[in-house]
Design a protein around this ligand. Sequence first.
Ligand code: ADP
Length: 434
Amino acid sequence: MSDVARRFVVGTLLFLAAGAAIGWLYDRPALGLMAAGLIALLWQVRQLLSFDRALRTGNFDDFRQGEGIWEQIFSRFRYENEKAARRKKSYRQLLREVRKSTNAMPDGAVILNEENEIIACNRAAKHLAGLKRKKDRGQRVDNILRDPELTRLLQSGDSALTVEMASPVKDGDWLNCRVVPYGADQKLLLLRDVTERIRLSKMRRDFVANASHELRSPLTVIAGYLDSLADDAAMPPSWEKPVAQMQTQARRMRHILGELLELSRLESAGKDASDEPVDVRQLFEEASSAFAGHADIADIVLDVQSTALLQGTAAEIETVVVNLLSNAVRFTPKEGSITLTWRSDADGADLIVTDTGEGIDAEHLPRLTERFFRVDKGRSRDNGGTGLGLAIVKHVLARYDAELMVQSQPGEGSEFRCHFPPERVVVAPPVALS
Ligand code: ADP
């Protein structure tokens, strides 16, 4: 108990005792006690009413502060009241600063609840995506920004995933979108203008495609003359080797140009791969038969565990199989073995090319699908590699929402696994037995 409280209790008791004593002088101690009690009670009621008024108006100065314990209660309340007011002011100031800084951000930020309904957004979200702060509050963001990629992003719940969508306010502009969860069940949709980056990458793609296309015709003429020269009986013997070398290099250049054009086509083709049912077993058989009869390559084993068909374009899936298989052949000694596996389950299907070849160091694995990346440039070139094969594989797979996973141990071999999602897999009806 505090000193003031103790004084209040002692004072009240003394007051009551004084009342009883005065009553006792008149031979009425009980009456004296009751009268003192009533006076004490009325005093407390008066103080309580003052206090209630002060609480309601928030003004503690216009009231008598009372004495003793009431003085303490009044001043404590005044202190707390002023503190709360100061805190409110500083929060309001902070809120103003946060709003100012989010409005100054060049990226759009939209706060969403669990149902993807808009709680708030900054000024950039208005410029970039046309969101209106007051009108769109409480609306589902995917009802306002209708884009399949954004819907996919919101459904995925993956904060590392980013998608690009066409700007809903300006033709030709592009937005990069990302969703970051925060708090209990809120998320932040971040929108960034990537028009410039997309324009540059399109320029690069067009340049590569145009240059490859332009180089093709002169190269065809040069290769044609070289072929005629090689067939010419009058050619001096000392020219034979250089001409043969020039023919090899011309073939290599045509191969590289062909692959660059294929990459450009895949890059601009987007994700609308067709849906024809592709028999992977047949592709395996055709691809491996191309190597049949070569004594100096490793054995190729087919391991087809599923009759499921893959929905896509046969020529594109064939490109994947041929690229992975030709890599396996080139990087596996003839004593080794190569296995082509096709299997499926509820999670989708796997097309796997495994070899017992030279393998790849872990440090190179993340870079394998980069254009022109080769672990050993000289060797790859010597055995006919362009450094574009795995980049093509990656682009084909992206069109099918499929993923390339590589596992490898130097000296032991490699596994290239293409995982296709269930939507791409059609389970073939069982073959009727007669
Ligand atoms: P390349 O035409 O050079 O084969 P790719 O893009 O197909 O180009 O492959 C890139 C590099 O990855 C290759 O140069 C090679 O170093 C490595 N690589 C690809 N497949 C294999 C494999 N099965 N075994 C070992 N290394 C491989």
